[in-house]
Design a protein. Sequence first.
Length: 367
Amino acid sequence: MAEIYDPQALRRELHEMPELALHEEKTAAYVAEKLEALGIETHRNVGGTTGVLGIIRGKEPGPVMMLRADMDALPFVIDGKPCCIHACGHDGHTAMLLAAASRLKDKVRRGTLKLLFQPAEETLDGAPAMIKAGVIDDVDMILGAHIRPIQDVPAGKICPAVRHTASTTVFVEIEGRGAHASRPHLGVNAIDVSCAVIEGVQAIWLDPKMSWSSKATQIHADAGATNTVPDKARITFDVRAQTNDLMDALLKRMEEVVNGTAAAYGAKGKLIRNAVCPACWYDDDFTAEVADAIRQTAGEENLAHDCGGGGEDFHFYKLHRPQMKAAYFGVGVGATPGLHAATMHFDDSLLKLGVNVFENMVLRHLG
């Protein structure tokens, strides 16, 4: 009988090999070796990346279900030295999925179970690369999970849905006209225009029943001399919205504000868009199944309310394949002080809660 993996032990080994996005060579090798030791069909270098895909095929026809975990760690600079740390719990996610694989290896009776260990979630490169590789082309259901900070979900409890928002970074370039500071009327101060743009963006109103935010996080303007009116400025905005449609509307309004405000000052403005991390898009019936799986495996008292916060490239999958059912749950492990903190730590003995939900959900459809 194949070994049943302990997620706590796996996580502690993975924690010692943090690697940045698309450079998860040691992690990928570790994952592939663990899958192969279970006798699971294993595909390395998925899509020419460090992605790893395990496949368990049932003997009877049935649906294709995929469980997904991310593998990459985060970059930090500590005491002036660059380093890499698992500060978002991806080591825990990988450990949960490997442990689930060890339990499910001989229990898939019908259909197909795919186990995707995805690289580069933090840079939003991983999911698009997996999509391009065709990993989800035949998938009927996809399920993901994330450990939650103590602020979101109490330790020992599980929420059936993590309500991620759409998020992106946009840049605004302002082109004014330089002048000597003693004759400002001869120029168009790019800083003045930038301040007006920021105020204008803050005045945007959308549907008050929804949530959104667009805040300036950086502004750069420097003509070199302290007595020169700067002709150029660049503003960085962090932009978030509850839904993908709301994000589209917000970016459209921001572009109108930038163009109109700049023109009013006699300047030129340009809004530069970057890739948008999509908002969550779940299927209510599938999420209800996750809630029921939590009740069955952890008890009604440990079913937490849905939580939110942050973004996830997991949602590219549903956006690309809308007919595929999707759900994504959160495991309360007492992560503190918070995700993406260099000192983030959590109770990894609670990872088994996530493994239990993964196993329960798979057996509902493929067992």
